[in-house]
Design a protein around this ligand. Structure first.
Ligand code: HEC
Length: 170
């Protein structure tokens, strides 16, 4: 009996994190930042949104890059369409590394009745140079911290951003 109760409690504990945290990467609270990019306590990219709605630079860039490269399949504001699943929902369970792996290498659900394919973006600088920004934007959407539409106010561009961007875009 004792053993069985412990087993049930252990099972419940395993279920708790996905319910407490709205995203698969855990607590999204920003604890550090480097050149305008915020990170959570696990070192994963995260958003920072002020009380007045001002979003960090990466979140605002992520919105623009998502809309240009992903929206055609994943729908406006990440909400999904008939061509691709909702990423607002997906990021509730996907980790940062699962996200980057899928976007880099693509994904095809062979068992699905529909023949929908997630393309591989690994050689596309318009996506790969903004991968963290897109993740951060979607994380904010998935976490309920950011509403629909383009963020109206954003933090200024970080000092070193253009240099890093140019180096990546080549
Ligand atoms: C041509 C349509 C298309 C485009 C463009 C596209 N996707 Fe997808 N994506 C899909 C489809 C379809 C799936 C589901 C694949 C499956 O489950 O087999 C998917 C799946 C994903 C997943 C995995 C979701 C999960 O639950 O595992 C992520 C993450 C993702 N896409 C991110 C992106 C991002 C970020 C972009 C833009 C850079 C993007 N996609 C652009 C069609 C697309």
């Amino acid at each position: 009996m004792q053993v069985r109760i412990r087993a049930v409690m252990a099972a419940l504990l395993l279920l708790v994190p996905s319910q407490v945290n709205a995203d698969g990467s855990g607590d999204p609270a920003a604890v550090s930042s480097s050149d305008g990019e915020y990170a959570d306590k696990n070192g994963n990219p995260t958003f920072k949104i002020d009380k007045d709605g001002t979003v960090d630079w990466y979140t605002s860039v992520g919105y623009i890059r998502y809309t240009a490269n992903c929206m055609q399949c994943h729908g406006p504001d990440g909400l999904g369409s008939s061509f691709g699943p909702s990423l607002v929902d997906a990021l509730k369970t996907l980790s940062y590394s699962q996200f980057t792996d899928t976007v880099t290498n693509g994904k095809q659900n062979v068992s699905a009745s529909q023949d929908l394919v997630m393309p591989a973006f690994g050689t596309n600088p318009n996506v790969m140079c903004y991968l963290d920004a897109i993740f951060v934007y979607l994380r904010a959407r998935s976490d309920g911290a950011l509403g629909r539409g383009q963020p109206q106010k954003n933090a200024p561009k970080p000092a070193g951003y253009s240099k890093t961007e140019d180096a990546c875009m080549g």
